[in-house]
Design a protein around this ligand. Structure first.
Ligand SMILES: Cc1ncc(COP(=O)(O)O)c(C=O)c1O
Length: 462
């Protein structure tokens, strides 16, 4: 067996050989479980406890983990001794997956580039857009997340990810999401190759205004700038449509996909673009491999991709996403919307955000202030930790210093799973509105951890 059944010393190993700060974080918030198995939307730890995974590997497992149909396709592909990555060849599987993918998209989005991750897809977009337009500038949004390699990081709207890693790619300009005037100002110089934008921002689950994307399309056309919708997280049914952009009828010039494309089994990414853009990038025979990646188009990723698209269709996952997401959203609004720290439940399909904000009542205000003083957005951790420890729901805060808790579960949750989420949120949010109480004891301990972490940082800097 390629995996060890010996002593499970995962945290010691990571502390010694990988990222020790991650171990420290998990232990501090009590997320240090020994998971041993996963099935559908569930994780199981060594004690046999079952967790409902609403993080889904950052949105990868739209059809749950270890889907039997994709597993079977992969086992068959392995048994077939396929000639993967011949390189001086055209992979049949890549051709088939590209044909399938474009069948879901507007007819002029008909060329596919395969890579291995979301960030690689964004890197490709930067290069393709520059090559296609001959322009240098890339426009992106505040709070955007497009990946963490240097090009994609140059389009990242969150300082914590950027800090210490500059200088970034020249000619990148940030505008506020939903601000059309700012976008037009950035476009006016006619030097922008591309506007790269998430249809729904992952950090914060920020939704576009109803007319935003139709105006974005009009402005990009007016100033000769390409429009790239980064659908790495929102694509492939996550929001209840194949692409989230479909909610607003937007037709981009380029689309990025990754995460769910292989059902979570094999790293994969893709850029789907208009033919003329490809023709500009790969414009001569001696430039046939001017952009690429060794493992792009590998047989296992392509096999998993084909099987995942089949599962998506057969199991009607997009419709399930829309229906289940609506049920969770309405259920949360009904059951926790009345609490004074709950500002809004928002999102589309199975990409949901619950935003919290300062309370009005005197006693809760004191608690909120204590948390805020220690670390902005700490209130959300005070919810996610009991959700995990007591209710075994795994979810995350939607960004640093954020007041939004994000849910990205599998699209095909059962009615029991939905009830599990609603009951757990109701109990936890209700408890967070009793001050003092057990949850606020946790809050105090989180605050003191945050303060000592800041002191440690100051000592380190000084
Ligand atoms: C919108 C978006 N683009 C790009 C990426 C980067 O993808 P990856 O982590 O596969 O590099 C992410 C990852 O969360 C994302 O949400």
């Amino acid at each position: 067996m390629p995996f060890s059944k010996g002593v499970d010393n995962r945290f010691e190993l990571h502390e010694a050989y990988l990222n020790a700060q991650l171990v420290r974080l998990l232990k501090t918030i009590g997320f240090d479980r020994h998971y041993v198995r996963a099935e559908g939307p569930y994780l199981f730890d060594e004690a046999g406890d079952k967790y409902l995974d609403c993080l889904s590997g950052y949105g990868v497992f739209t059809m749950g983990r270890n889907h039997p149909k994709i597993k079977k396709a992969l086992v068959e592909a392995l048994a077939a001794d396929l000639p993967s990555m011949v390189q001086m060849d055209c992979s049949l599987l890549a051709g088939q997956l590209a044909e399938k993918l474009v069948s879901y998209l507007p007819s002029d989005l008909n060329k596919v580039f395969f890579c291995n991750s979301g960030t690689e897809a964004v890197e490709a977009v930067i290069k393709f857009a520059r090559a296609a337009t001959g322009r240098p500038k890339i426009i992106y949004c505040d709070h955007a997340f497009h990946g963490l390699t240097c090009g994609a990081l140059s389009l990242n709207g969150d300082e914590i990810f950027r800090d210490g890693f500059g200088p970034f790619l020249g000619g990148c300009e940030a505008v506020s999401f939903n601000n059309l005037e700012a976008l037009e100002r950035a476009l006016q110089g006619k030097d922008a190759a591309c506007f790269v934008v998430e249809p729904i921002q992952g950090k914060g689950v920020n939704l576009p205004d109803e007319n935003y994307f139709s105006e974005v399309r009009r402005l990009c056309d007016r100033y000769g700038t390409l429009l790239c919708m980064d659908e790495v997280q929102t694509g492939l049914g996550r929001t209840g449509k194949f692409l989230a952009g479909d909610h607003w009828g937007v037709e981009p010039d380029l689309v990025t996909l990754a995460k769910a494309l292989s059902g979570g089994f094999i790293p994969v990414g893709a850029v789907v673009a208009k033919k003329w853009i490809f023709a500009k990038v790969f414009d001569r025979m001696d430039k046939a491999v001017v952009h690429g990646s060794t493992f792009g188009k590998n047989s296992l990723a392509m096999t998993a991709g084909l099987a995942a698209l089949e599962v998506m269709k057969e199991e009607n996952l997009i419709a399930q996403s829309a229906e289940n997401g609506q049920k969770i959203k309405e259920g949360l609004e009904r059951r926790i919307g009345k609490y004074e720290c709950v500002r809004e439940v928002r999102g589309l399909g199975m990409m949901l955000g619950i935003e919290f904000g300062p309370p009005k009542s005197f006693t809760l205000k004191a608690g909120w202030k204590l948390l805020e003083k220690a670390n902005k957005g700490l209130f959300c951790q005070m919810i996610t930790i009991p959700l995990f420890k007591k209710h075994r729901i795994l979810c995350q805060v939607a960004g640093h210093n954020s007041y939004v808790i994000k849910l990205l579960p599998a699209l095909n949750l059962s009615q029991n799973d939905i009830a599990w989420i609603l009951d757990s949120f109701e109990e936890t949010v209700a408890a967070a509105h009793h001050f003092p109480g057990a949850i606020w004891e946790l809050g105090t301990s989180l605050a003191s951890h945050a303060v000592s972490a800041r002191k440690e940082l100051r000592a380190h800097d000084g």
